[in-house]
Design a protein around this ligand. Structure first.
Ligand SMILES: CC(=O)N[C@H]1[C@@H](OP(=O)(O)OP(=O)(O)OC[C@H]2O[C@@H](n3ccc(=O)[nH]c3=O)[C@H](O)[C@@H]2O)O[C@H](CO)[C@@H](O)[C@@H]1O
Ligand SMILES: C=C(OP(=O)(O)O)C(=O)O
Length: 456
């Protein structure tokens, strides 16, 4: 069994999926309403932030996804007492007895998500040392952590790279730093926030990521007692404080999940109400959705996404950091673009290997060409990056069912949508990888009228 299959099965087991393979009879429009809970990309970080406090924290709207279970286990291994359950959406995290924990247990868990690297600052503050084994997360490129390590060094930490992981100490204590990121990395910005909040003096971070999930993490830290200001031009100032308390926070909704179901509604010709989704964090997505010919109604308690009839139109999209078009939105959207009349181009500028999932779409009948070196385009808004690639999608094409092996989280959701759009039967395996970031998937598919069963 390869390691991807092992990861997928472990993730499926964490959220209680009956099996890691699903059989789908496609060709039915998805119609109905689903709840979108807190964002994977905020909730997991807010859970880590609880380590910094002297009091209990309460996090609400937690999704029942595998990454949350992994972070719960990691925090548990470090002595954080957690009550509540992702199934009910509320977690209470008590950091009174933080410890280094059992390294074998921590090692076994770390390879399942990207979050362990964010334990550095909090563990340095609490215990004076952090040991971070190998990281997991989607295999969509090299995903180096050099910005994280450089930032930690700028705070005065000593970073030792060992064969088994990274050992971080601060024999002379940590001090405030002036840091400029080479690229507005989400994770590295969070690293600076989670470390800088308890370092004496004023830390300045330039070229910071300003994704909504970062703003919500800042809100969490402010509730704990931190002093952080977001200045113009991607600059964040952090005035370190001696101690932090707990927080009581309702997590920001998962805009990536909402965008994924929106693409599913468009691809299958259906209508999906995403309860909990909000306009302000999704404006860039909504513009693209509308340009393609999708329709949406913004309501008080959510957004309805639907195919209003007529032909879908092609579009040119460049993924980018916020407020640009998020890289995590492009894979589900590409399935909808296989149904548009004409040629669309998707430039992926954030990761160097994020079109692997299109192989299965091509096998299903989609007309997609991948340009591994990217594509010049006279109207580019995002500067070309050395690592970028482009997908050229020409539609509309009828999709037919096939066997698919999910390669990663968003690529996997695209496979699911493609299977639901296609004529005939598809068998989708490695479903657990989708459960890393999409909660309650079985219930949601049932509510939307999908025709599927688990393969035992
Ligand atoms: C758990 C989580 O929140 N994951 C999200 C987070 O990932 P993550 O935080 O890993 O993504 P980053 O924003 O850090 O990565 C962006 C780019 O910077 C590069 N880079 C990053 C760090 C570093 O030390 N060196 C370096 O070169 C990466 O390889 C990539 O090309 O933001 C991404 C971009 O919005 C999203 O796609 C992921 O869903
Ligand atoms: C790339 C993603 O996640 P992660 O950073 O957790 O691998 C994603 O959510 O699409």
């Amino acid at each position: 069994m390869n390691s991807l299959v092992q990861d997928a099965r472990a993730a499926a087991a964490r959220v209680g999926l009956k099996s890691d393979t699903i059989v789908i009879e496609g060709g039915r429009p998805l119609r109905g309403s689903i709840d979108v809970r807190g964002a994977k990309n905020l909730v997991t970080k807010a859970m880590v932030a609880s380590l910094l406090g002297d009091e209990k924290s309460i996090l609400r709207d937690v999704p029942d996804i595998s990454d949350v279970h992994v972070v719960m286990s990691l925090l548990g291994a470090h002595g954080v007492q957690i009550t509540g359950d992702p199934a009910t959406g509320v977690l209470v995290l008590d950091p009174a007895n933080v410890s280094h924990g059992d390294s074998a247990e921590i090692d076994a868990l770390s390879g399942s998500s990207r979050i362990p690297i964010l334990f550095c600052g909090p563990l340095l503050h609490r215990l004076g040392r952090a040991f971070i084994p190998d990281l997991g997360g989607c295999r969509i490129g090299d995903r180096p952590i050099d910005f994280h390590l450089d930032a930690l060094r700028a705070f005065g930490a000593i970073v030792d790279k060992l064969p088994s992981g990274i050992d971080i100490t601060a024999p002379n204590g940590l001090h405030a730093a002036k840091i400029e990121l080479p690229y507005p990395s989400v994770g590295a910005t969070e690293q600076v926030l989670l470390t800088g909040v308890r370092v004496p003096g004023e830390t300045e971070l330039k070229n910071a990521a300003i994704e909504p999930e970062i703003m919500d993490l800042i809100a969490v830290l402010q509730k704990m007692g931190a002093i952080i200001s977001v200045e113009p031009n991607r600059t964040i100032l952090i005035e370190g404080v001696d101690s932090l308390g707990g927080y009581n926070h309702r997590a920001l909704f998962d805009r990536n999940e909402a965008a994924s179901w929106a693409s599913a509604a468009l691809a299958t010709g259906g209508s999906i109400f995403t309860a909990g989704a909000k306009q302000s964090e999704m404006m860039t997505f909504l513009n693209v959705f509308r340009k393609i010919g999708g329709a949406f109604d913004i309501e008080e308690d959510g957004i309805r996404f639907y195919h209003p009839g007529g032909d879908l139109k092609p579009v040119v999209v460049e993924t980018d950091v916020h407020p640009g078009f998020m890289t995590d939105w492009q894979q589900p959207l590409i399935v909808a673009l296989t149904q548009a009349h004409g040629t669309s181009i998707v430039h992926e500028t954030v990761y160097e290997n994020r079109f692997g999932f299109t192989d299965a779409l091509i096998e299903m009948g989609a007309n997609i060409e991948i340009h591994k070196e990217g594509l010049a385009d006279p109207n580019r808004r995002v500067p070309r990056r050395a690592l970028e690639q482009a997908a050229v999608i020409t539609g509309p094409t009828k999709l037919h069912g096939t066997e698919m092996v999910v390669p990663d989280l968003r690529g996997g959701f695209s496979h699911l949508i493609a299977a639901l759009t296609a004529e005939g039967q598809s068998v989708v395996s490695n479903l657990g990888l989708i459960a890393r970031g999409y909660g309650d998937i079985v219930n949601k598919l049932e509510k939307l009228g999908a025709d599927f069963r688990f393969q035992e």
